[in-house]
Design a protein around this ligand. Structure first.
Ligand SMILES: [Zn+2]
Length: 93
């Protein structure tokens, strides 16, 4: 069984150890990629989900990903751990 893990912030597949983010003690995170999470903290802690949507779309379009894959990735964002518990954080700038 090889369940595909995705970053719980940007939905990028975590398919290689090089892409994994790092915890405060330097160990690899099994939930976030290195672009989102480094040293135990989000690299862009104030980013909103809609900003993340835009970013994900942009990155994937740059890689010429098919639009249905892009839509799937964007649609999956609200289910990711980072964005799920929105009601407890209510500080929109
Ligand atoms: Zn990520």
């Amino acid at each position: 069984m090889n369940m595909e893990k995705i970053c719980q912030s940007c939905s990028m597949p975590l398919d290689s150890i090089d892409i994994l983010g790092t915890e405060r003690d330097g160990s690899k995170s099994d939930q976030y990629c290195k672009y989102c999470y480094q040293g135990g903290a989000f690299t862009a802690p104030n980013m909103s989900m809609s900003q993340m949507e835009t970013l994900v779309k942009m990155q994937m379009e740059k890689k010429n990903m098919p639009s249905n894959i892009i839509t799937m990735a964007v649609d999956s964002l609200p289910n990711l751990k980072r964005w799920k518990k929105r009601d407890s954080i209510n500080h929109n700038l």
